[in-house]
Write a new protein. Structure first.
Length: 114
């Protein structure tokens, strides 16, 4: 019998079109973001993105982990625009916005049912 762990986080995914001509486009066609979020304070606990290199994956993780989405997404977008200077920057932002929207829509729906 396997032991199930109590889950205190949620997983949210979203996608955006990868920029044509980029390695991401050639491999994935889309940019995907996966956010693990603690709903008690809306903090990003972990993140993965469909990047090709481990450095890019680690870099975006360091940019996003620890940020509370309850502070709004604009400061996080500015942080990405200031530090992540690649052809896929806009794809990252579009996917992040979609994940943020999905997260709060589901959270509000869940809260209104309880």
């Amino acid at each position: 019998m396997s032991k199930q762990y109590e889950m205190n986080t949620v997983l949210v995914t979203a996608y955006a079109k990868a920029p044509q001509g980029s390695a991401m486009y050639e491999v994935y066609k889309h940019a995907g973001i996966i956010l693990e979020i603690d709903p008690s304070d809306d903090t990003i606990v972990d993140v993965e993105f469909t990047f090709i290199t481990d450095l890019a994956k680690d870099f975006i993780r360091r940019l996003l982990v620890g940020y509370s989405l309850s502070n709004g997404i604009e400061d996080l977008i500015k942080r990405i625009e200031s530090h992540y200077l690649t052809p896929s920057t806009n794809s990252v932002i579009v996917a992040l916005k979609a994940a943020n929207k999905r997260y709060f829509e589901k959270k509000h729906l869940t809260n209104s049912v309880e």
